[in-house]
Ligand binder design. Structure first.
Ligand code: DX5
Ligand code: ZN
Length: 224
């Protein structure tokens, strides 16, 4: 079922004044994805960065850009992020009236599509869409800020999703669907999330703590 866990550092915890350098540093530190948190101050109570920053960062790493859109409405911005260099575009089902249409739009642009579940969002929001997506992002904190505490009930959700993802993936001839967990990941919660079935871990605080010399050991420690 599981290969090595992938680590996706969230650049929300990087030094925003030196973002290009930070993206190069996590790339050298053997991150698997670059996780970009896009917030609009409306869908979530914080404003971060937009497609212009994704475009500016693109030449600094060959890793897949895992772009997490916490914005509503979302459809009008998908093409901009695709052109800016996103590889995986993840959105929240609450962000638009027709999630399946948003998935079609992302895929029509040649990008991988992900759906994100907030702590209060039931699995039913994603289950009929699993055959069409490449990634499920389980929020283990409420979206909006880095550095929050892991919500333990997420573990049960991860376990349930693992089962459903495996069933869909098997029915589709082994097509990979990532199960990514985002929020409050540290060495202890990483272990729990991996045991529950996660295969990608987003880590902001836990990656960037201690300065650039620590990024490689921080990332390695999270893989379990
Ligand atoms: C929260 C973001 C997360 C966050 C994770 O809305 O989606 O990616 O930055 O930060 P840590 O790892 O510090 O909890
Ligand atoms: Zn995120």
């Amino acid at each position: 079922m599981q290969q090595t866990t992938k680590i996706a550092p969230s650049i929300l915890s990087a030094d925003f004044a030196r973002l290009g350098e930070e993206v190069r540093a996590i790339t050298e530190a053997k991150a698997d994805y670059v996780h970009v948190d896009v917030m609009d101050g409306h869908f979530v109570p914080n404003i971060t960065i937009g497609a212009m920053v994704v475009k500016a960062l693109r030449p600094h790493s060959a890793l897949p850009f895992d772009v997490h859109l916490m914005i509503a409405p979302v459809d009008a911005f998908i093409a901009e992020f695709a052109q800016a260099g996103a590889d995986i575009i993840t959105f929240h089902p609450e962000a638009g009236p027709h999630p399946h249409r948003t998935i079609q739009l992302i895929k029509s642009l040649g990008k991988k599509a992900g759906l994100s579940l907030n702590p209060g969002t039931p699995l039913t929001a994603v289950e009929w869409l699993l055959p069409d997506i490449d990634l499920v992002l389980v929020m283990s904190v409420n979206p909006g800020f880095g550095g929050q505490k892991f919500i333990d009930s997420s573990l049960h959700k991860i376990k349930e999703l693992r089962r459903r993802i495996d069933a869909v993936s098997e029915a589709q001839g082994g097509r990979p669907i990532d199960l990514e967990v985002d929020g409050g990941i540290n060495i202890a919660t990483a272990k729990q999330a991996i045991a529950a079935g996660a295969d990608v871990l987003v880590a902001g605080t836990a990656t960037f703590q201690g300065g650039a010399a620590e990024y490689a050991p921080n990332i390695a420690a999270l893989r379990g």
